[in-house]
Design a binder for this molecule. Structure first.
Ligand code: KG4
Ligand code: ZN
Length: 351
């Protein structure tokens, strides 16, 4: 049973065909580069770019999979959370395709999609209950995942998401957008213990996250170290690679990046370890854009957690539609379809 997945929640226009929830027949992702010069996603620009890309991206996904509309069992689309204008493009297009081709429509929560990016690849290797740490530009959430895909929220960020903190620090220091991959590649050149950042202490739910204090601490450090000349030099290199930024990044700044990344990883893995104990998790799933981080992958292996850790391959870590089609498969089998009243929901919760 083949499902066409469509994902437009942020700044990637994506479509994919996945068979039986496990076999990716095609996965096309068009990343919008128009936002780079603004140092973050501009919602109005994102919707317009989705409108431009959606038809060719879906067509390409079908062509590459050799599937036709007649061979599809359903069309799945992200209903939220995300940017409403962006979500609407995918939802409206999915609805029109379903109407024209008489196909069932399946709504998928974007966060559930990120979890299924891992399920899609690891399949039966994942034992339940599992703990899912979803870390991206929009979310930093911990969920208990039970057999049959029911979810319980254990903790979440109270302010910035981890990826957002990466992007803001990168912007502040004159690196491009998105900042995660650049900081990830530059951090190994610095000393992670050079700058001591305090870990966030949470009142109330100790499993919640906060990254705004860390972001402010980085800002203070930058102000105290008079970096305007190097920042300006990097800003002129708009869109450069980490290798190109390296000669323009003195050792103290590399140390700052390494220390920032070290602290983010500490925050994430410290809470994950507590949750694993609390729920008796038999697997840890780490997904979302920040799951592409090489430092996080290495640290999670070195941490000797009480259960095995599963990451998606880097291409499935960041936003894609294969994860949406995969998350839709159990819903298809359970007959959980949507009608045409489906709406875009900016703040849709998973649990
Ligand atoms: O999942 P995603 O593509 O979109 C959202 O749902 O937000 O995640 C994008 C986020 C961005 O904040 C980006 O900077 C971050 O993931 N990211 C990374 C890495 N690759 C992407 N953060 C740290 N290290 C990376 N290698
Ligand atoms: Zn995402």
């Amino acid at each position: 049973m083949k499902i066409l997945g469509i994902e437009t929640s942020c700044d990637e226009t994506a479509a994919a065909v996945v068979e039986d929830g496990i076999a990716i027949r095609s996965s096309v992702v068009a990343s919008q580069i128009a936002h780079a010069k603004y140092g973050g996603v501009v919602p109005e620009l994102a919707s317009r770019e989705h409108l431009r890309a959606i038809v060719p991206v879906v067509r390409m996904a079908l062509e590459q999979s050799s599937a036709t509309f007649d061979g599809l069992a359903a069309i799945a689309v992200t209903e939220g959370p995300g940017l409403v204008g962006s979500l609407l493009v995918g939802i409206t297009y999915a609805k029109s395709l379903c109407l024209a081709r008489n196909l069932p429509l399946i709504a998928v929560n974007h966060i559930e999609g990120h979890i299924h990016a891992v399920v899609l690849e690891a399949g039966a290797g994942i034992e339940y209950p599992a703990l899912a740490l979803v870390v991206s530009g929009g979310h930093t959430h911990l969920f208990e995942v039970r057999e049959g895909f029911t979810y319980r929220l254990l903790g979440k960020t109270r302010d910035d998401a981890a990826g957002e903190a990466y992007d803001k620090v990168a912007k502040l220091l004159g690196f491009g957008y998105p900042g995660g991959p650049i900081i990830d590649q530059l951090a190994p050149h610095g000393d992670p213990r050079a700058v001591k950042f305090t870990l966030a202490r949470m009142k109330g739910n100790a499993l919640d996250f906060s990254f705004s204090g860390l972001k402010t601490a980085v800002l203070r450090w930058v102000e105290q170290h008079h970096l305007s000349a190097e920042i300006e030099a990097r800003r002129r290199l708009q869109g450069a690679s980490a290798q190109e930024f390296l000669p323009l990044t003195p050792q103290p700044t590399l140390d700052l990046l390494a220390s920032f990344q070290y602290t983010v990883i500490e925050e994430l893995l410290r809470r994950a370890a507590v949750c694993i104990e609390e729920i008796g998790a038999r697997s840890l799933i780490i997904s979302g854009g920040v799951a592409a981080n090489a430092g996080l992958r290495a640290a999670s292996r070195a941490a000797r957690l009480a259960c095995p850790v599963f990451f998606p391959t880097p291409a499935l870590s960041t936003d894609n539609a294969a994860m949406i089609a995969a998350a839709a498969f159990p819903k298809l089998r359970a007959g959980q379809f949507s009608d045409f009243s489906l709406r875009a929901q900016a703040n849709l919760a998973l649990a």
